[in-house]
Design a protein around this ligand. Structure first.
Ligand SMILES: C[S@@+](CC[C@H](N)C(=O)[O-])C[C@H]1O[C@@H](n2cnc3c(N)ncnc32)[C@H](O)[C@@H]1O
Length: 297
């Protein structure tokens, strides 16, 4: 499983014999022991990631590494995937009588919230560790922010909370979310923190709530980018980690329309237990639904 490990963009062009070796050297993490041998190294790993993003302009182009032009393709295919997953997993979503809440993880400047999540969810929260990104999101989403003195109107779609914290330290409010959306940020988390994040965040899901993970997938086992302390994992690597979270991989789909020079991107819908798939012909689809329509590192 560890075959094909390579380092990218490291000053020395180093390659690693295994994931274990890479994590131990780069972030002082030993996946097989519960205690990390070098906590300072792990701190350095995370601080370097934040330092990198702190130096990036707070725009869509900035958070997409100069590829702001792929945002509309990205959102279009996320939209289709989300609709398919919601109609498969939440029948009351299809009937339109459910108050939906989402969490946008590693939200950057609020691109996914603004262009995708606010169109489907009545309440959206953002979690993002880089201050100037979160401030830009707050400014840009101002007209969608829920004022506490406004009586809640379920026909409105609102941003509610802005959490300024990294995912490895974040624990959501129990039972709040229908969907936790994790896009282009989990590569910053080490393997242990990836798994413990999903284990903690599960508590934040409603009983039939689910995660959507949308990430770059590398052809080799992983690609390390030392510039921003991130790894692009392979599909097999993601599946190994997902297994450790105890979540069920309900649906997965590759992003189709992206420039060829970019890494492939894949969407994964992870449920708390398997949801039987009802053939489309047996599902009641509302008129509204049928009409709706990296490099990043
Ligand atoms: C490539 S940008 C993607 C932003 C957003 N998800 C999007 O698709 O527009 C990566 C984001 O991950 C954030 N990030 C970096 N380290 C993180 C961490 N440890 N936890 C959560 N987010 C992190 C960065 O600040 C940045 O906003």
């Amino acid at each position: 499983m560890d075959a094909g490990a390579v380092a990218m963009d490291s000053e020395d062009g180093k390659s690693y014999s295994s994931r274990k070796e890479m994590w131990l050297q780069e972030a002082g993490e030993d996946a097989e022991t519960s205690r990390d041998p070098d906590l300072n190294k792990k701190d350095e790993w995370y601080q370097n990631g934040i330092k990198y993003w702190t130096g990036v302009e707070a725009t869509v182009d900035g958070v997409l590494g100069g590829y702001g032009n792929v945002s509309s393709w990205d959102v279009m295919e996320s939209d289709r995937f989300l609709l398919d997953v919601l109609s498969e997993c939440m029948p009351d979503y299809v009937r339109g009588n459910r108050h939906l809440v989402a969490l946008d993880c590693g939200a950057g400047v609020g691109r996914v919230t603004k262009q995708l999540l606010l169109r489907h969810f009545h309440e959206v929260d953002l979690v993002e560790p880089v201050q100037h990104f979160l401030e830009t999101a707050r400014r840009d989403l101002k007209s969608h922010i829920l004022e506490s003195n406004v009586i809640q109107d379920h026909s409105l779609h609102r941003v509610v909370n802005f959490f300024a914290t990294p995912l490895q330290n974040f624990t959501p409010e129990p039972n709040r979310y229908d969907v936790i959306w994790v896009q282009w940020c989990i590569g910053h988390l080490t393997d242990q923190d990836f798994v413990t994040f999903f284990l903690r965040a599960k508590v934040g899901l409603k009983p039939d709530g689910l995660f959507v993970l949308k990430e770059n997938v590398s052809k080799c086992d992983f690609l390390l980018d030392k510039a921003d302390s991130s790894v692009s994992r392979s599909d097999a690597y993601f599946r190994d980690l997902m297994k450790q979270t105890g979540l069920h991989l309900q649906k997965t789909r590759a992003q189709q329309r992206f420039p060829r020079e970019l890494l492939g991107v894949r969407m994964y819908a992870l449920t708390q237990s398997p949801v039987p798939v009802v053939p489309l012909s047996n599902r009641t689809r509302s008129k509204k639904l049928s009409n709706q329509p990296r490099t990043i590192y």
